[in-house]
Write a protein that binds this ligand. Structure first.
Ligand code: CA
Length: 229
C-alpha cells in the first residue's frame, strides 16, 4: 500500500509547516499549495487521497476551491477537510454545505487533524466495492459514477449528501438512526451530531425535488428511505 498523499492548501507558512510536519510524522506524503488556484490545479493534476483546505486564501478562496473540486469529474470523490478560522465560519461551512467532509477550527491541535484525516481515509478504504446502481421509480443512485438522477435528470450532490442518500437507499425500508447514519456516512461522532445529520437531510431533500418524499422522518428514531413511492 503506497502511503496516502495529502494536499495541503494553506497560505500561512507556519501553519503549512506545522501541518506538513505532522502529516509526514504520521506516515503521509504531503503536497503543498499556497493559494486557491494552485490548490485546485494540484487537485486536478495530482489526484491526492485527501485535501486539507484553508478557508481564507488569497485569490480564489477555500469555498470556491471546494466547490470546484466537487464539480470536477476527476476530483469530486476526493475528501476535503476544511480549516476555518472562527466558529462562525465553521457553521457556514456546514450550513452552506460546500461539500467538505470535515472541518477543523483554528487554532487546532495537529494531532486532532491527523486523527480526523485517518478516520476519513479509513472510512473510504472500508467502503464496500462499488455496486450496481440502485434504481427506484423516478430515482437512480449510481455509486460507480457518483451520480444521482431524479426523473432522468442529474442532480448535483456533494460527496456527503451522496453517501447519505446512498446509505439510506441501500437500506431502503429500514429505520436508520442518526447515530448509525453518522457512523456510516461521517465515520465518527461529532458533538451536536443530530444537527449535522438533520442539516444534511434538509439540503438533500431540497435537491431531490419530487423524490424528496422518499426520505421519511421518524420522530425520535431517525430516517427511513421509502422503497414504495
Ligand atoms: Ca489563510
Amino acid at each position: 500500500m503506497p502511503r496516502p498523499r495529502i494536499l495541503v492548501v494553506e497560505d500561512e507558512e507556519d501553519i503549512l509547516e506545522l501541518v506538513d510536519y505532522n502529516l509526514r510524522q504520521a506516515g503521509f506524503r504531503v503536497l503543498r499549495a499556497r493559494d486557491g488556484l494552485e490548490g485546485l490545479r494540484s487537485a486536478q493534476r495530482d489526484h491526492p487521497d485527501l485535501i486539507v483546505l484553508d478557508l481564507m486564501l488569497p485569490g480564489m478562496d477555500g469555498k470556491d476551491v471546494c466547490r470546484r473540486i466537487r464539480q470536477g469529474e476527476s476530483t469530486r470523490h476526493i475528501p476535503v477537510v476544511m480549516l476555518t478560522a472562527r466558529a462562525e465560519e465553521m457553521d457556514r461551512v456546514v450550513g452552506f454545505e460546500l461539500g467538505a467532509d470535515d472541518y477543523v477550527t483554528k487554532p487546532f491541535s495537529p494531532r486532532e487533524l491527523v486523527l480526523r484525516i485517518q478516520a476519513i481515509l479509513r472510512r473510504v478504504a472500508e467502503e464496500e466495492p462499488p455496486d450496481a446502481p440502485l434504481c427506484f421509480p423516478g430515482l437512480t443512485v449510481d455509486p460507480i459514477r457518483y451520480r444521482v438522477e431524479v426523473g432522468g435528470k442529474e442532480v448535483a450532490l456533494t460527496a456527503t449528501e451522496f453517501r447519505l442518500l446512498y446509505c439510506l437507499a441501500r437500506n431502503a425500508g429500514r429505520v436508520m438512526s442518526r447515530e448509525v447514519l453518522l457512523d456510516r456516512v461521517w465515520g465518527y461522532h461529532y458533538e451536536g451530531y443530530a444537527r449535522t445529520v438533520d442539516t444534511h437531510i434538509r439540503r438533500l431533500r431540497k435537491k431531490l425535488g419530487p423524490a424528496r418524499e422518499r426520505i421519511e422522518t421518524l420522530r425520535g428514531l431517525g430516517y427511513r428511505f421509502r422503497d414504495e413511492p
